[in-house]
Design a protein around this ligand. Sequence first.
Ligand code: PMP
Length: 286
Amino acid sequence: MSICYVNGKYLLKKDSNVSIEDRGLNFSDSVYEVIAFRKQNLLNYVKHINRLKRSLNELKINSPFSNFKSLEIIIKNLIKFNALNNGFIYLQITRGTSIRNHLFPKFSKPNVIVILYNSKDTDHFKKGVKVITIDDMRWQRCDIKTTSLLANVLGKQTAEEKGAYESIQINKQNYITEGTTSNIFFVHSDNLIQTHPSNNNILGGVTRDIVIELAKRKKFKVLEKPLNIRSLKTIKEAFLTSTTVGVVPVIKIDNLKISECKPGLVSKQLMILFKSNSKKQIKNNL
Ligand code: PMP
């Protein structure tokens, strides 16, 4: 969308900029969040803000907001100024601008960027997607939502080049961690749902947490334990979760067909539950 927010100003995207000495640009020394809004309602806002506060804290970046209420006002203003009903907020906070030096500057004022994006049509994902497996080449703090995403970028590009939607990453011990832009869940033949635990090896997805809550409410058993790649052959269903696409069934992993290349029943059920959970939030805010 055309109006964005940069360091206290609402500007046309084409007129907005940050310094070439911004530490986000020089070192990926920055954090971000992506938040969905529907009918101008922010979805799962508190969970996103809590993760943002944690990311800032883990990287010792000064919070630019003494009170995160002001951020909510900025976001709501942007939604109004852009006259957009549905879309995504991209929010980035860098450590600030300073002469290039690995050491943190003594005094630095974070740079804050907020941009809105239109939602894309994700209806076709209902039919399920293909994914490929790749080595997990990332660092050991994947729990922090930093803009240091080069391994994720390369992984996503490899998926695209191989005709797949996503790459799922396998660590050195042969365990599946997560996608490059999503978390992954597996459903076993007894309907046990398994996903990687929320630790330093994955980004603890907001969608992941909500899907776990919804599944437990429906009396599914959820096991938060890494799945070994050897066990893939035995799984009944798989699905991905993320803010931008919600719950997406996986129907093929490399050459392995999952649930006969059709979205599995549990995946479909959780996809519907997740959508109605979002709708409920909208209703409650109206
Ligand atoms: N893992 C990674 C690596 C991601 O980039 C994302 C999307 N930000 C997710 C998981 C899903 O997180 P969320 O549900 O909060 O969008």
